[in-house]
Write a protein that binds this ligand. Structure first.
Ligand code: GRF
Length: 213
């Protein structure tokens, strides 16, 4: 990982990629409004691979340029996405329920500036159906992770995690609703840490090392 470019010394321009309902997008818009009220960042672009994604309607309602980019193939998607990102002079990409895997070339190009939210305490339960995985493992605690994206699936360095209890009688619906609330608070908080330069991969490694020592 290259050394961090943060703090930028100006307001960061965020793009959000979402495939679905966009509740995390809503939390990011509330924290980093397109009107520029927040000094650290503003959401400047929303892209979905699904034309009917409620996330696109949510973005447009907030006055944010929002576009559907089809996915006939990964390379075609990434090429068109690249044009939009460059046009909007995007600094940081936030994946928020984006249900596709980006190429190693793309993740390398955006290394340190591509962030994801995952509904488990990584490295536990990566990939799809994290809540079902947690329930069938019988854990008493799960949560969410905000992490940088690398070439693997949910393997990049974790910026911030929030713990959430698994309660007796929980099903995927009740557990995901509880975790989602934690995601909405954690995602903006993690971005603030990253953008302000208060989190670096090196400092995270040192912290983990100190916990081991
Ligand atoms: C969230 O649970 C997120 O962790 C996962 O996909 C879900 C997206 O939900 N990656 P929403 O579209 O943000 O409401």
């Amino acid at each position: 990982m290259t050394s961090s470019i943060f703090p930028l010394g100006r307001q960061a321009r965020l793009a959000v990629l979402a495939s679905g309902r966009g509740s995390n997008l809503g939390a990011l818009i509330a924290a980093f409004p397109p009107g520029g009220e927040d000094e650290l960042a503003a959401v400047r672009l929303v892209v979905s691979n699904k034309a009917a994604a409620p996330a696109l309607a949510k973005a447009r309602l907030a006055g944010i340029p929002a576009g559907h980019v089809p996915w006939p193939s990964r390379s075609e998607f990434e090429e068109r996405l690249g044009v939009l990102l460059a046009g909007a002079r995007i600094d940081v990409i936030c994946l928020a329920g984006f249900m596709r895997l980006l190429s190693p070339e793309f993740t390398q190009q955006w290394s340190g500036r591509l962030v994801n939210v995952h509904p488990s305490l990584l490295p536990a339960f990566p990939g799809l159906d994290a809540h079902a995985q947690a329930l069938s493992a019988g854990v008493s605690e799960t949560g969410c992770s905000i992490h940088l994206v690398d070439e693997g699936v949910d393997t990049g360095p974790v910026i911030l995690q929030r713990r959430v209890p698994v309660l007796p009688g929980d099903d995927v619906e009740s557990l995901s609703a509880r975790v989602l609330e934690a995601e909405h608070a954690a995602y903006p908080e993690a971005l603030r840490m990253l953008l302000s330069g208060h989190w670096t991969h090196a400092s995270e490694r040192e912290r983990s090392q100190q916990e081991v020592d």
